[in-house]
Design a protein around this ligand. Structure first.
Ligand SMILES: Cc1cc2nc3c(=O)[nH]c(=O)nc-3n(C[C@H](O)[C@H](O)[C@H](O)COP(=O)(O)OP(=O)(O)OC[C@H]3O[C@@H](n4cnc5c(N)ncnc54)[C@H](O)[C@@H]3O)c2cc1C
Length: 320
């Protein structure tokens, strides 16, 4: 009996979700009295996994695995799970993993729970809490299969330092032929991504036009945040579609989400509900977003943002 955690990475670097998944797997392993094995694909430096509690690392290095492909990756994870006789497999509930999880569940004959937010409340039966209805409700789910597949909701468990042995061994799975060939991927470089950022500053149609986005970017820079936007903003071509958050865009589960000039339509809220603290800046006190907000500023974005930037810069200079 053991736990396998699949570590997501980007450009060879472990994503924050990989450390969160390892922290979760370690805490679960303590409950189950077993070991944690982390699986990496094309990650050269696996040392940090030890700090979050991995007891062993299976390291796959293969130039043919340059791009994520759900059926190939799920097959590799299944091979690793069988190799270590995993009874629980932990993945993140990222866009890629959600797409891959059903394939992996079939390969392992496993019950699958997505958007898991906490450690199991009971091991026998194996019962986990997860969010449903775009984070509007919680649901207790019992997994009845021998192997359990858990998709951990981002930022739900947190990253916790721990002690593991993390002995890294190379793992060479048999690669199944891919049904899809990814020729190229264009990525935004040098900026915090929405998925990995602790803070997201997001702008809506209230910003009036793309020429005003400098304000959003400056605020994001001061906070070390990623930038995002509402759907109409990307539909209008003011911002790239990669920044669109909501029901039809990217889900955001950050520690702090700052929404500026966004009305708070249900489809937008659906994507950001999992964020911990929501701050809203809107000049309409009746904007629906205020009902979902933890903190709100009723005011004109063009007056509030520069003042906020000024204060934050002064605060940073003071504490430097
Ligand atoms: C099937 C479907 C899926 C959808 N999916 C998504 C989705 O994934 N994500 C998404 O975002 N939307 C989605 N939408 C669209 C959604 O319904 C809203 O239309 C959209 O979120 C509104 O965007 P907005 O708040 O930027 O613009 P608006 O609704 O135009 O709101 C602009 C806000 O800015 C405020 N404002 C104006 N001027 C200022 C100022 N100077 N200072 C401060 N505040 C100001 C206004 O008071 C207003 O509240 C979807 C819709 C459908 C039908």
């Amino acid at each position: 009996m053991s736990i396998l955690v699949y570590i997501e990475s980007s450009e060879g670097a472990i994503k924050k979700t990989g450390h969160e998944g390892t922290s979760y797997a370690k805490a679960l392993a303590e409950k189950m009295n077993c070991k944690v094995t982390a699986l990496t694909i094309n990650v050269s430096d696996t040392d940090s996994l030890k700090e979050y509690g991995a007891d062993a690392v299976l390291q796959v290095t293969n130039a043919d695995l340059k791009h994520f492909e759900a059926s190939v990756y799920s097959n590799i994870i299944a091979q690793a799970a069988k190799e270590v006789s995993a009874s629980v497999v932990v993945i993140s509930s990222s866009a890629d993993s959600k797409y891959m999880a059903p394939l992996l569940a079939i390969e392992l004959n496993a019950g699958y729970a997505s958007n898991v937010t906490d450690l199991p409340s009971s091991l026998s039966p194996f019962r986990v809490k997860r969010t449903v209805f775009t984070n509007k409700a919680f649901c207790d789910t019992t997994l009845q299969t021998d192997v359990k597949l858990l998709g951990l909701s981002n930022n739900s468990f947190g990253v916790h330092k721990n002690v593991g042995e993390a002995i890294t061994t190379s793992f060479e799975p048999v690669l199944k032929p891919s049904s899809v060939q990814v020729d190229s991927v264009e990525k935004v470089v040098g900026k915090a991504t929405i998925a990995d950022a602790d803070i997201v500053v997001s702008g809506g149609r209230g910003l009036k036009g793309p020429e005003n986005w400098g304000l959003i970017e400056e605020l994001a820079d001061v906070l070390g945040a990623a930038t995002a936007c509402s759907k109409p903003v990307s539909d209008l071509g003011w911002r790239p579609h990669s920044e669109h958050v909501g029901q039809t865009g990217k889900p955001v589960a950050t520690n702090l989400y700052i929404a500026i000039g966004i009305s708070g339509a249900i489809q937008h809220l659906a994507g950001i509900n999992a964020s911990k603290v929501k701050v809203v800046i809107n000049n309409d006190p009746e904007a629906p977003f205020f009902k979902a907000a933890d903190y709100g500023i009723v005011g004109d974005a063009f007056e509030v943002i520069p003042k906020l930037i000024e204060k934050l810069k002064a605060f940073k200079a003071q504490s430097a």
